[in-house]
Write a protein that binds this ligand. Structure first.
Ligand SMILES: Cc1ncc(C[n+]2csc(CCOP(=O)(O)OP(=O)(O)O)c2C)c(N)n1
Ligand SMILES: [Mg+2]
Length: 823
């Protein structure tokens, strides 16, 4: 807690009450005639054109899903189609004033939002800009499909491009806006300000906060709109996102030019249903969704309910809210009332609502009522509207004929070597600064940093010049090595930010950041709420916008709280974008010890299982610094494990110790810690030191020569060094602190068996933690792999140690028993 926020007992214990301001509901009451002072006739008609395009687009999809046919052209679409027929006015109203710098993030039901935003962008961009986008986006692949048709203008061509690009994406075609890798629920198109849509509902709730953070911290133009369904208002990421987005510090503690709230609209698309459940009246207690804003901050998030069935009301609301954001008073919350006529998906029997209710909404269908208003106000004639409707239908039909044709719109070949997905799971780039044009903002020079000065007096190696072991307190440890890499990067990459719980004044949960507070302004290093999901999710949004984020999870055990963000978001958007986007995010995760069942687990295996993440677990200061450097200049998401057991560990393997300057330890390459001839021991993370202790005993007491390899990173992982070692030793034991069942060690063991079967004298042996809860520190030696466990396993499975008495039963018989009992 910063010392400037003083808690005065007199003040906080005072009697009083909180009062709330009224929350406006559907206050807009202007007519089309009145709006002629703010809109041209063309604009008012274009609003209808856009709604009509959206309606036809989804009508075609609905027909295809229901009947496998549209106007005689058959097509089976196996994927999803969550339609928003009925919700067009809300989407078009939202997009009308948004420019390409304004970014929308959304959800599974986003076709209308995508198209509306795209049509609005096309209207605002000039011909050169449009042609540039279409020619350069994936080398013009989508443009080539639509450009052969005759077009009156570049804008007409761009409309065709948009409709076809989104439809082709929904049908999984390579010319689609995301190369057909995302499909209906994830489609997006950044050049028009359309950012990832999330099939995990509410998922954008914290990602969009990171996007808004990027805009604020890097003074990037535009605002962010986060589209969330009404039922998703209950989702964790949404709540955590709202908390992170409304922290007091933006308005109270951040430096002058950075002071002010986030440029973000939490836009709840309130169609009154989840799939079939009803938030208002059944699954939530808010009655009216806009009420949510009231409890969040004194501004009540300027919450308001808007009639989303009137596009002009939505346009008006977005303009007013934008003014609030521009004066630094965001974020804001909108409850946009709308209704979907179709089911959750076309197969939905709609058993959860009455025909009368549906008809009541159909009677006021904006696709009919809005143009009727235009005719009444002499903005357009009925003939003009009819003609426009017919034209939009043709546009969509034309795109449909192209998108279903496999000759015109083939799918990506994912069976060939180096296919699209092999090439896009990682971007594998090295970019030191995500914005090389800017200099990084810092408060003092590196030399002035008190921690740098303090570390200058320490030994960079565990040994003095005579080879004598120094006390840890006189050496650079892992904690310091991490600090050095991080500090250095803050002077190189102006976009780099670090945040998480207790990151600023506290110095990071385990002191890695001590010395950073003096060096960095608030907007580059700050405390977050206890919102692990939003910490990671916002980092995803920050990176999607072009920045680099370093976030911290205090204990590995809290990864579960950020499960969706790590497993579904961080890992996926590079490949879901067809390789367009990068994800330079490093999540530092501290693996505990001493604090029992919920603070001492090694979950490396869980993250290694998820495609798209890189996973590192350094065990020495040299590797900690070099791997973190590699992570912080890379463009891929890295889960960077650290062990609390060894934060003070000095460098004892690399002669000369930890270099002062920049160097990288490449991901995927293990390190040979000790040569030997009889048994290979492969370790992950802090088990290196316990294995080394076991190795010393085996050598000294039993004359067994062991070769020790430290994995350093586990995704990616190059097996060459291990295979070469096995050619010499013909035996291998693998050890890590992860619980044995499902441990990544088993993946390694099985691959080693496959790659070096002929060289092995015995199957690889895995020594992990027991398949139990982690017990209290006092008895943890029965749980984690200790040196005696290494000896036991070698003796039992690889090489009998003469005269050795095992401490516990690790025979296959006992392993089968434990497995049968699930322990
Ligand atoms: C985290 C998560 N839980 C459940 C689902 C399944 N699901 C898909 S849509 C949906 C309803 C969402 O309702 P709402 O947020 O109101 O959006 P709407 O569908 O009305 O646009 C559900 C439960 C999901 N995709 N993600
Ligand atoms: Mg809903």
């Amino acid at each position: 807690m910063p010392k400037s926020v003083v808690i005065d007992p007199k003040q906080v214990r005072q009697k009083g009450e909180i009062s709330f301001r009224p929350i406006p509901l559907n206050q807009y009451d202007r007519t089309v005639e009145q709006e002629l002072d703010r809109f041209s006739k063309e604009d008012l008609v274009r609003i209808h054109r856009d709604m009509a395009i959206l309606r036809w687009f989804e009508t075609v999809l609905n027909e295809v899903k229901l009947r496998g046919n549209y106007k005689g052209i058959e097509y089976t679409h196996r994927g999803p189609a969550h339609l928003s027929i009925g919700q067009e006015s809300a989407a078009v109203g939202q997009a009308f004033h948004l420019g390409v710098d304004d970014h929308i993030y959304g959800s599974h039901r986003s076709h209308s939002e995508i198209l509306a935003k795209g049509l609005s962008a096309i209207q605002k961009l000039d011909d050169t800009a449009l042609m540039d986008i279409m020619k350069n986006y994936f080398d013009g692949e989508c443009l080539r499909v639509v450009e052969s048709d005759a077009h009156d203008s570049v804008k007409d061509l761009a409309v065709d491009y948009l409709i076809y690009g989104v439809l082709a994406e929904i049908f999984g075609r390579e010319a689609g806006v995301n190369k057909g890798m995302g499909g209906s629920m994830h489609a997006f198109f950044p050049p028009f300000g359309i950012y990832p849509n999330n099939a995990v509902v509410g998922g954008s709730g914290d990602i969009a906060v990171g996007a808004a953070l990027y805009k604020k911290i890097n003074k990037a133009p535009g605002i962010v709109v986060c589209n969330i369904g009404d039922a998703s208002s209950a989702c964790g990421p949404v709540w955590e996102g709202i908390c992170l987005a409304t922290m007091d510090q933006y308005k109270r503690l951040w430096e002058n030019e950075y002071r002010g709230g986030l440029p973000l609209i939490f836009n709840f698309v309130n169609n009154f249903y989840g799939m079939g459940g009803q938030p208002a009246g059944e699954t939530m207690g808010f009655g009216i969704l806009a009420r949510l804003g009231a409890g969040i901050n004194p501004e009540q998030m300027y919450a308001e309910r808007v009639d989303g069935f009137n596009p002009l009301a939505v346009i008006d609301a977005i303009s007013r809210k934008r003014n609030i954001l521009e004066r630094g008073d965001g974020p804001v919350l909108l409850d946009v009332v709308t209704y979907r006529y179709t089911g959750h998906s076309p197969s939905d029997a709609m058993s959860y609502r009455t025909r009368e209710e549906l008809e009541a909404w159909q009677q006021i269908d904006p696709i009919k009522t809005y143009p009727a208003e235009l005719v009444k106000a002499n903005v357009a004639t009925q003939a003009e509207i009819d003609e426009l409707n017919a034209r939009t239908e043709e546009l969509v039909f034309k795109a449909y004929t192209k998108a279903v044709d496999l000759k015109i719109s083939p799918r990506a070949d994912l069976k060939k070597k180096y296919c699209l997905l092999e090439n896009t799971m990682y971007s594998n780039e090295k970019i030191e600064s995500m914005d090389p044009k800017r200099t990084a903002e810092t408060l003092i020079s590196k030399q002035q940093n008190p921690r740098v000065q303090m570390l200058a007096k320490r030994s960079r190696s565990a040994f003095d010049e005579n080879g004598k072991r120094l006390p840890n307190s006189r050496c650079i440890g892992i904690r310091d090595a991490l600090f050095e890499a991080i500090l250095d990067r803050f002077y190189v990459d102006p976009t780099l930010v670090a945040y998480g719980e207790e990151n600023r004044d506290w110095g990071g949960a385990f002191g890695v950041y001590r010395g950073l507070t003096e060096a960095l302004p608030y907007h580059r290093l700050f405390n977050s709420p206890i919102s692990e999901g939003a910490i990671v999710g916002s980092a995803v949004g920050y990176a999607l916008e072009g920045g680099r984020a370093l976030v911290e999870l205090m204990y590995c055990d809290f990864l579960g709280r950020a499960g969706d963000e790590v497993f579904n978001q961080l890992s996926k958007w590079q490949s879901l974008s067809g390789g367009l986007l990068k994800m330079p995010v490093v999540v530092r995760v501290s693996v505990g010890s001493k604090y029992g069942a919920q603070h001492s687990q090694d979950w490396t295996s869980i993250t290694a299982h998820i495609p798209g993440l890189k996973v590192a677990f350094p065990a020495t200061p040299y590797d900690a610094k070099g791997l973190l450097y590699a992570a912080l200049v890379g463009t891929d998401p890295v889960i960077f494990f650290e062990s609390q057991r060894i934060y003070d560990q000095p460098e004892e393997f690399v002669p000369g110790g930890v270099p002062v300057g920049y160097y990288e330890v490449p991901f995927g390459e293990p390190a040979l810690r000790k040569e030997g001839n009889d048994v290979t021991i492969l370790t992950i993370g802090a088990t290196l030191y316990r294995a080394m202790s076991g190795v010393r005993q085996m050598e000294e007491k039993y004359g067994l020569s062991c070769e020790v390899i430290d994995a350093r990173s586990i995704v990616p992982f190059n097996y060459t060094m291990v295979i070469e070692s096995i050619k010499k030793t013909h035996k291998i034991l693998l050890t890590s602190d992860a619980c044995e069942r499902g441990s990544f060690l088993h993946t390694m063991a099985s691959k080693i068996t496959q790659f070096a079967f002929d060289e092995l004298d015995a199957p690889p042996v895995v020594v992990g933690s027991r398949n139990w809860i982690t017990p209290a520190d006092e008895v943890e030696d029965a749980f984690f792999p200790y040196p005696s466990d290494v000896l036991d396993a070698v003796h039992e499975h690889l090489q009998p140690l003469p005269g050795y008495t095992p401490q516990r039963d690790c025979s296959n018989g006992d392993l089968i028993r434990r497995s049968a009992e699930g322990i």
